[in-house]
Design a protein around this ligand. Structure first.
Ligand SMILES: Nc1ncnc2c1ncn2[C@@H]1O[C@H](COP(=O)(O)OP(=O)(O)OP(=O)(O)O)[C@@H](O)[C@H]1O
Length: 523
């Protein structure tokens, strides 16, 4: 049927057509579109409807066909997508498909994400494309439901052109987005990495390697967006306020981060047969360059992710994330991954705990045989510390809570964050003031429990001279936290010498290098 023959009928009824991504058009002219196998965009062009003042917001993908009775399923999926869901807006685009926000037609308040994957990719035959989709779906399907750290796959649909993967909507976007505002507080990184490593552990328990572990493939859920205790200046909600304790156990809100995208995943058997190289080279483990690797490449990539979350940088390159995202020649990537030392020297590491570095070194172990597995990584003392600190904040440890209340109460802060190591007795006011002049606000770091940012400031002094401490704030305005006059608000970046890292005592923690609380200080 020639497309031009559509024109009179369309013109005749155009006043009653309301176009929403072509669904209405599909509905009204189903037989014509079906028989002619026209994509909506093409139908518009040819019919001249656009000239009649009717607009289509997007024709980037072929729209779902409502004629499921006529369509014979190729993959065995349902064919009534258009009856079940309406597409609302594009959320994002990947290499192989477009992700849409969609709503259930029965209950429009129920929103989902739908990945629309064309059945024929330009770089593959139709059969090969279908095989890729089948593989991804079978891997995802066997994890979804079994692991709470994997995005839920809610339904599978197909039509003549596309496959529709209906999945849990993750409102927070991906972790790369979250990193755009700079490194995340350490407490928040612990919460995220708990989910990432749990997802990896669950995959490995199913004899699957995720392979493409990177921030883009981990999504922040609705739970992440509503997390926090409301104490920060920004309301206390959102990514920077994620708490480790909310990610554990079968809580009603679920984890803050889930894994998505199983397009590169490989089964253990496939790995043993000699897997093909896939994924993003800057996240490759050294052995991945040889095409002879096992499940623990995921742990290596998780190590790179942790480094990135904590510092905003990649471990083997002396540049920021954005700089490296521009393409590097493959041999340069390989050389760095296989031989460059892991740097912890930059200023972004001043506030990071020794435990975090230790976990990183064990994940980024170039020997796959000794590399920490996800299961063991989850039992690393870094997580235990953050849990302990969080419990103390939440009231598990009443004495720590009381001490903390002492420290913070004087300036009306909620009783949670920092306490002084001691206020050196016998220090007169002029000495305090002199020291205070030399206090340097080092950086914003995550603080105990992850519920507020802390601006850390350290006073001039040597360790043997005693007290060192910290201002606490939400957002960027420094407020004097502690009762002692030593601690004064200072402009960020005021420094008087070369920084060294020093531990600060934190409420609820007995150890000297409390998580997330080391600061730079100056002599
Ligand atoms: N379930 C979801 N909820 C919300 N947003 C999502 C969801 N799944 C994907 N997205 C968004 O859509 C974007 C594209 O996702 P997709 O999985 O197609 O691509 P990708 O991971 O970038 O690419 P590729 O599959 O090519 O590696 C993601 O970056 C993410 O921001």
């Amino acid at each position: 049927m020639r497309a031009t023959s559509l024109r009179p009928q369309l013109r005749q009824e155009r006043s009653s057509i309301s176009i929403d991504y072509g669904f209405t058009l599909c509905l009204c002219y189903r037989p014509l579109l079906t028989s002619a196998r026209l994509r909506v965009g093409a139908a518009f062009q040819r019919s001249g409807l656009s000239k009649c003042g009717v607009q289509v917001r997007s024709c980037a993908v072929a729209t779902p066909e409502r004629h499921h009775a006529l369509y014979r399923s190729e993959l065995g999926y349902r064919t009534d997508f258009a009856e079940q869901y309406s597409l609302l807006d594009i959320i994002g685009k990947g290499n192989f498909g477009t992700v849409w926000l969609a709503a259930s037609r029965q209950d429009p308040s129920h929103q989902v994400a739908v990945k629309i994957v064309p059945k024929s990719r330009t770089d593959r035959s139709h059969e090969e494309s279908l095989e890729c989709i089948r593989r991804e779906v079978s891997m995802w399907g066997c994890l979804s439901g079994d692991s709470r750290y994997v995005a839920e796959l809610l339904g599978l649909y197909e039509d003549g052109h596309n496959v529709y993967l209906v999945q849990q909507l993750c409102q927070g976007g991906d972790l790369l987005e979250a990193l755009k505002e700079g490194p995340l507080p350490e407490a928040c990184c612990a919460a995220i990495m708990w989910c990432v490593l749990s997802a990896i552990r669950d995959c490995h328990d199913h004899d699957l390697a995720l392979i493409d572990v990177k921030p883009q493939n981990f999504l922040l859920t609705a739970a992440a967006m509503s997390s926090g205790t409301g104490t920060g200046q920004d309301g206390g909600c959102g990514v920077r306020h994620l708490r480790l304790q909310d990610q554990m156990g079968p809580g009603p809100s679920g984890p803050c981060v889930v894994a998505c995208d199983f397009g590169c995943s490989l089964s253990y058997t496939e790995l043993m047969r000699g897997a093909k190289r896939a994924g993003s080279p800057v996240f490759f483990a050294p052995e991945q360059f040889t095409n002879n690797y096992g499940l623990v490449v995921d742990e290596w990539a998780a190590g790179i992710m942790l480094y990135l979350l904590l510092s905003g940088r990649y471990p083997f390159w002396d540049c920021k994330r954005e700089e490296l995202d521009k393409k590097l020649p493959a041999y340069q990537v390989m050389l760095a991954v296989c031989s460059a030392p892991i740097a912890f020297g930059g200023p972004e590491w001043y506030g990071i705990s020794r435990d975090a570095r230790d976990l990183l070194s064990q994940l980024l172990d170039r020997n796959p045989a000794t590399r920490l597995t996800a299961d063991r990584a989850l039992r690393h003392s870094w997580f235990a510390r953050w849990m302990k600190a969080a419990e103390a904040n939440d009231g598990g440890d009443s004495s720590a809570k009381a001490k903390s209340a002492d420290a913070c109460g004087a300036v009306g802060q909620s009783p949670q964050r920092w306490r002084t190591t001691s206020s050196r007795s016998g220090t007169d006011d002029s000495t305090r003031r002199r020291r205070a002049q030399a206090v340097t606000v080092v950086k914003t770091v995550g603080c105990c429990g992850g519920t507020t940012d802390a601006i850390m400031a350290a006073q001039l002094g040597k360790p043997d001279l005693g007290p060192t401490l910290a201002g606490c704030c939400g957002g960027s305005n420094i407020v004097p936290l502690l009762a002692s006059p030593v601690y004064m608000p200072l402009p960020v970046g005021a420094t008087t010498g070369a920084p060294e890292t020093m531990a600060v005592d934190v409420a609820g923690s007995d150890d000297e290098d409390s998580p997330g609380c080391s600061v730079a200080y100056y002599h």
